[in-house]
Design a protein around this ligand. Sequence first.
Ligand code: NOJ
Length: 767
Amino acid sequence: MKNGRITPGSNLAKGPFHFLKIMRASSYVILILLLTWIGQAGCSGPQTGTEKRERFVDSLLGEMTLEEKIGQMTLYTSGWTITGPALDSNYRQYIIDGRCGNIFNAHTVGYNMELQKLAVEESRLGIPLLFGYDVIHGHRTIFPIPLGEASSWEPALAERSAALSAREAAASGLNWTFSPVADLSRDPRWGRIAEGSGEDPLIGARFTEARVTGYQGSDLSDRNTLAACLKHFAVYGAPEAGRDYNTVDLSKRTIREVYMPPYQSAVEAGVATAMASFNEINGQPATSSRYIEDILRQEWGFEGVLVTDYGAIAELVPHGVAADSAHAGELALKAGVDMDMQSGIYMKNTTRMIREGILEEAIIDEAVRRVLRLKYDLGLFEDPYRYLDAEREKEVVHAQELLDHALEAGRRSIVLLKNEPFNGKKLLPVLKQPGSIALIGPMADNEVDIMGSWHAAGDPGIVVTLAEGLKNRFPGSEIKTTEGCGFYGKDRSGFSEAVRLANISDLVILAIGENYVQSGEAASRSDIGLPGVQQQLADAILKTGKPVVTVIFAGRPLTINRIDENLPAVLWAWQPGTRGGDAVADVLSGAYNPSGKLTVTFPRNVGQIPIYYSTKNSGRPFDADNKYTSKYLDVPNEPLYPFGYGLSYSEIRYSNLELNTHEISFTDTLQVSVTVSNEGPYAAEEIVQLYTRDLIGSVTRPVKELKDFTKIKLAAGEKQVVTFFLTADDLRFYDIDMNFIAEPGDFLVMTGPHSADLLSAEFKLEK
Ligand code: NOJ
């Protein structure tokens, strides 16, 4: 013992451990106490929590065989759900043998208790299992898909969703979620755009950070929190052609400026774990890339566990960087990957490679330390059953607070895209209960697809469908429901019944969109129109001449030009989750005035993709009178709906953009004020957005970049002055040498209701 520390393998380390080992799990508590006591006896001052943890981890590591160490670096699915090919059904035996220290896709107290007992009571060292799961937007109670929730522009809402998801998941025996998804995406063909926060780095960073904070709280050992997992590192959201898992090849500047901020915000928020992405980035598969060591660990200081995605080590072979699976394992280990999800490669090859001197055991020790620290921080050594309380599970799962929040988050994520008069009168809000409502479309009474992709353990049994939501909100109306068609194929046999119902009703609500597997993982689409014959269904209903409100449920932007042209009222509901039906009904009735705005651009057709608001100008910017400018022959440059767009039932006006000065130095703060008025008849909420443009840069700069935003409440007739503060730090970018700097010169500052409707003023950043 040197300076009161127990070094691995020392007799003192062995002593207490050998003695306690036989007592299994509960012994860890005694071991922690004993090590604390030994530490204090040998130290001049009291030990910090970190010192205690290090002592414990070192001591335990000193007891572990190489196989047991590698077991802590191994993660297997319990077999409930699989998203890849390599299910290994021996996981129970591996747990007993100490060869698998972590399990995913197992949940519920009963089941996880059974597995935890195998680890704690039957494995040699009794090291508790870590239980991971894809709690992406809720566990049993499902909140809106993350892209939908981002439309609220309220990171605090997402933080609460994450905190409540954590509470419910932890009560179901979990301690680790594979969330948040920080992948920024500008390509709606990519189905996983649903899981992120959209196209903008600032929005992505604020939402990712909020979600990490929500899941983890301030103490991982709290029974209401989970360890979060930053994923998918890195740049998974920019696959070529929008095809999932495909190559990513982007400039370093774009990667740094656009794609990295959300990932970095998670590290700054203290995320406990991270997952490497499936894709390659500029020639290196993420799972074996230098991004992990150079950026994540060295530059950003991430100290947590880095896990692979499903079977991703094995995929280094088809990627073409590894000759065989053993080589793949070596590359991943050397890149700093701590845990192997599902490929089993670490388990099969590492011991031999260390014995043959191909790998140093120190790499393994470092990875195992990270895993053990996480288990320690989660309180699993103190009590491996701390998340396994059947009574608490009953109380927390589906608790009213969660259901209430699902409604609130659902309402706040809905975006009103269009509300034009029909026969001289706006259809929304539906203030007077119609005598009869025809509810038509495959989303009319659908309790599964309304939860969206990755609803994993989401419980369809408690979902409020749109039909049920409308019945709750319009009890005096007769509501008749028919699907009209499905999500696939060409079958129009349901159209005649749909048209018949429309004809005999006072109001038609058309509920269409994507089902839950038409977005999400492995759900890229080359045509992002309404799937199946839903457009034709809409055309048929429109022909009836009845008032029609269209509600679209989807996991990504869709090209809905024909709907936008022809139908008077269009509500974008995303996939709003467990209380989705109530949320949509509240918006339709005006019980909630819609306040969501898009965080992703809606293209007119796939040929415009990638499409995003913060584009560069080019040397030949669009000019309608000059053929030789940057444009299409067949479609405008503008999107169908721009970033930041969304309507209210009220009329919101912007005026008086004012700056406190038109020149600032590098140490000054610019104050930007704008008057926002609610000139309509309803109380409203408004998302006020602030953009800048660097007019002349040493490298080209986007025509607009979001720098700040806020959401305000305005009573009918109320005006408010909103003030933003900008400093030189907000104006930084990567120069030609990749230095992150602000350059003196002229800037535009812009504010308004969305990225294509902005007031602007100029200012100068002085040297
Ligand atoms: C594959 C997905 O890419 C990832 O997001 C998920 O966490 C894992 N499978 C585990 O289910």
